[in-house]
Design a protein around this ligand. Structure first.
Ligand code: BGC
Length: 827
């Protein structure tokens, strides 16, 4: 028996994270046993056992919370032992280490004042090389730490992007191998990030959490002479950095030869929230790519084609003479063969570098770009592609799901969804990575959450997003802002409350519950759900209470092609989502034993349901809001009194239009509400509008709109056309959950028991799906062969499947591999 994937709060060996009540999880494999009969979990601090569960049944693999009293800056070890039902045994061990928790700081906030993008530094002496060393550090807006000229970590965009007015995330780094006996030097590079400067629909610099850049750090080194503590204080100095300008939207301007200014730092107390140990999983360069080709365009431009729409930047070799300006402009598409940045709106998305003639490698530090093509200016041509490396930057999350089918276009679509998640899961789930937006739009995150959790382990990632959301809700009487974090913006007040967007507060926690089955996640997020539900309940007229986006970008108003809000009535959407939020809150409250809340939420849900049925259905059950999305919601939420009739209406509306017309809110559940054949028809359609239309036009990520590009490869005239926007990628949840048939069940979440009901279609040829669930790998495969249809399911240890085969057979399947054959003609 092997024990793997030992996690604390869904993090591997977390260092310096805010663990609150630590929650332990593990996966069992390579065993003849089917279930865990007993387990024991022990936690040690140094050699002291601080917690021992004893040998007990019922320790939950998906998440066992222990009431530990953790201390700051301490290393803990934990051991898990598992006895299987066949008498075999396995054990494993892992570590975690706390950060500063609520311990007071000896380090002080320091700043270079007016000087932007400064480097703060200080030398210090160590009498001997330390045995171990940690640094606790944060900075506003963004920082990077160097010790003796080397990066202290490979993490990027630290301290993360969140509501700094409410809390600032502190990172802990292990400085092993970086410090030495004698003189040492600590350098903190700073930039504005989302804290100051242009961000979020502003044309000028009126967007800020803090008007100056600042940092605080505290280093603890264990040496032969004892503990040495060294922190930021008034004895530090600052220097101008080579970064002349840095902006999320516009990119960076570097002058490595610049003669800058310097001075002594000032102490400061930034107008930000309290320091708290981090929640964000790290952002890193996940992979590197070489350019696919160098293109000379009809305009004579030199353009690198990365062969993939990606997020991050290029690192390149500067071979220019001193003083020459090299410029890289980032774009997503060639129009008529030429470089285009027509869809970036006001974002300059460029990197400018003034050569110092030293032959350096250059790259930006505190920004990112969404691009496939890079326009090179100032470079000697022909350029050598070997001088350029694409750095793919993303939150480093474990990829848990994969699907391959016998259909090439479908495989590309699946890859595109994955690339859009990679590119837009950049500490915050962003709408898009390239134009002047790149924000944590709640609606987009909500519709994509299910897909996201199939593709990657998102528990820790969404935990941070939802913690930030709750901070925002507490500022706004429970209301959820349109975007999280909702940074302060002097010219615009609070904006939030939209139907389907604010409901991220209930939908995402429930999605996490379905995928991970860890009650501690739901407990942490119950306040998000409750506060949002109460805010909605307190509105006299929710449809009129704020600006709504409705079924965003739906195609059901052909007579008004510029209109972005779909035709589905906002009043109808409000009742649907008010019901969904109340229902999920009630379910969560019941699970957590919050009886009063459950009762209140159930009563609200019943009232919304009644109202929806009275207002939006005729006496004999006909849906009065006649759009595809209205049908999908009425079906999926089981609000329609007559499901068959509503399904027939949906099919009729699709036939009438000749295609799907759904926007952000209808698309995620559309295929699931159709008979399998109809779903496959829509899935495999290649003409506009469809998922494969964009694949056919060469898309390598998911587009914002069904028609972001016209068939000639040019941006459509609709305005607002991101080519990397994951919302319509929500179709992947259907591929995992229906095509391959793996669906978590609400009464046994985290795939403790799951439904296996694949929907094979000969047009797909075969589908092989692998999902690393909290119990281990689930594999679902089907394949059309000459003699019929073969199916296979692998159920991991600790899990079981309610199988529903295409020939009607039903059965319960335990751990192991199960194969089936359905002869041709038997279905
Ligand atoms: C974003 C969306 C977002 C929407 C709200 C757009 O600008 O890119 O994806 O959800 O605004 O309607």
């Amino acid at each position: 028996m092997h024990l793997t994937h030992l996690r604390v709060n869904h993090l591997e060996q977390p260092l310096g994270y805010n663990l609150m009540n630590p929650c332990f999880s593990w996966i069992v494999s390579d065993t003849k046993s089917a279930v865990q009969e007993n387990a024991s979990l022990r936690v040690y601090c140094a050699d002291d056992c601080i917690y021992d569960t004893g040998i007990v049944p019922g320790l939950d693999q998906r998440g066992t919370e222990l009431p530990l009293q953790l201390e700051p800056r301490k290393k803990y070890r934990w051991q898990i032992g598992v006895w299987g039902d066949q008498g075999d045994y396995g054990e494993a061990e892992a570590c975690f280490e706390t950060g500063k928790m609520s311990e007071p700081w000896t380090g002080k906030w320091i700043t270079a004042g007016e000087e932007r993008n400064a480097i703060l530094s200080r030398e210090f002496f160590l009498a001997s090389s330390p045995v171990s060393a940690r640094v606790y550090i944060t900075g506003i807006g963004l920082y990077r730490l160097f010790i003796n000229g080397k990066p202290a970590s490979d993490e990027l965009l630290t301290p993360g992007l969140n509501a700094y007015d409410r809390w600032v995330q502190v990172q802990t780094f292990d400085l092993e191998g970086l410090l030495q006996k004698g003189e040492n030097r600590m350098e903190i590079w700073l930039a504005g990030g989302i804290s100051r400067g242009r961000f979020s629909f502003t044309k000028n610099e009126d967007y800020e959490y803090c008007p100056y850049d600042c940092a605080i750090a505290e280093l603890h080194a264990e040496t032969a002479e004892g503990e040495v503590i060294f922190g930021t204080d008034e004895s530090w100095r600052w220097d101008s950095s080579p970064i002349v300008e840095s902006s999320i939207y516009d990119g960076e301007v570097w002058d490595p030869g610049r003669k800058g200014k310097s001075g002594t730092v000032q102490l400061c107390s930034p107008p930000t929230g309290p320091l708290r140990d981090r929640l964000s999983p790290p952002v890193r360069v996940l992979m590197e790519r070489k350019p696919l080709q160098v293109i000379t365009t009809p305009r004579g431009e030199t353009v690198l084609d990365m062969g993939q729409n990606m997020v991050g930047w290029l690192r390149f070799r500067d071979r220019a003479p001193q003083g020459r300006i090299l410029r890289l402009q980032y774009g997503e598409q060639l129009e008529k063969g030429c470089f285009s940045r027509a869809n970036l709106r006001t974002a300059k998305a460029a990197f400018e570098w003034k050569s110092d003639g030293a032959g350096r490698w250059a790259q930006p530090f505190f920004t990112w770009f969404g691009f496939r093509y890079v326009l090179l200016e100032g470079f000697d041509v022909p350029v050598d592609p070997e001088d350029f490396t694409g750095c793919v930057v993303s939150s480093a999350l474990e990829e848990t799901g994969s699907i391959t089918t016998g259909h090439e276009g479908l495989n590309r679509l699946i890859e595109n969804v994955r690339w859009s998640q990679r590119g837009n899961f950049l500490d915050v789930p962003t709408d898009c990575p390239q134009r002047d937006e790149r924000e944590g739009w709640t609606g987009d995150a909500q519709v994509f959450a299910d897909t996201a959790c199939y593709q990657m382990d998102c528990a820790a990632f969404f935990t941070k997003y939802l913690a930030d959301m709750l901070e925002e809700q507490q500022k706004a009487g429970g209301c959820v802002p349109y975007v999280v974090p909702f940074a302060r913006n002097r010219s615009r007040g609070f904006e939030g409350g939209a139907v389907g967007w604010g409901d991220a507060a209930s939908v995402i926690p429930w999605t996490l519950w379905q995928h991970y089955g860890d009650l501690s996640l739901l407990r942490r997020q119950l306040p998000n759900m409750r506060e949002w539900m109460e805010w909605v309940a307190a509105q006299d007229d929710w449809p009129k209470a704020c600006r709504h986006f409705g079924d965003w970008l739906a195609l059901d108003r052909p007579e008004e092609p510029k209109e972005r809000v779909g035709k589905t009535d906002i009043g109808f959407l409000c009742l649907c989502y008010a019901w969904l939020t109340a229902k999920r809150t009630a379910q969560a409250a019941e699970l957590l034993g919050e009886k009063d809340l459950a009762q209140r939420a159930n009563a609200l849900a019943a009232c919304y349901r009644n109202k929806a049925q009275k207002t939006w259905f005729s006496g004999d059950g006909e849906l009065l809001c006649r759009t595809q999305t209205a049908c999908v919601l009425a079906l999926h939420l089981r609000l329609a009194p007559d499901l068959d009739r509503t399904r027939e209406l949906l099919r009729a509306l699709i036939r009438e239009a000749g295609h799907l017309t759904t926007g952000f809110l209808g698309t995620p559940w559309l295929l699931a509400e159709l008979p399998s054949r109809d779903a496959w028809d829509l899935l495999l359609r290649e003409e506009y509008p469809s998922w494969l239309y964009e694949v056919k036009l060469g898309a390598t990520t998911i587009w914002e709109r069904w028609n972001s590009l016209t068939p000639d490869g040019c941006f459509s005239e609709t305005g607002m056309n991101s080519l990397n926007h994951y919302a319509y990628g929500s179709v992947a949840a259907w591929l995992y959950g229906y095509m391959s048939g793996i669906r978590s069940l609400d009464d046994a979440p985290g795939f403790r028991r799951f439904r296996w009901e694949p929907l094979p279609d000969p047009r797909g040829g075969f589908a092989k799906c692998s999902l690393r669930s909290p119990f281990g790998e689930i594999r679902s495969e089907w394949q059309f062969e000459e003699t019929g249809l073969s199916l296979q399911l692998t159920v991991p240890f600790g899990s079981e499947a309610e199988a529903q085969l295409p020939d009607g057979r039903q059965m319960l399947l335990g751990p192991g591999v199960h194969s089936f054959h359905i002869p041709s003609g038997a279905r």
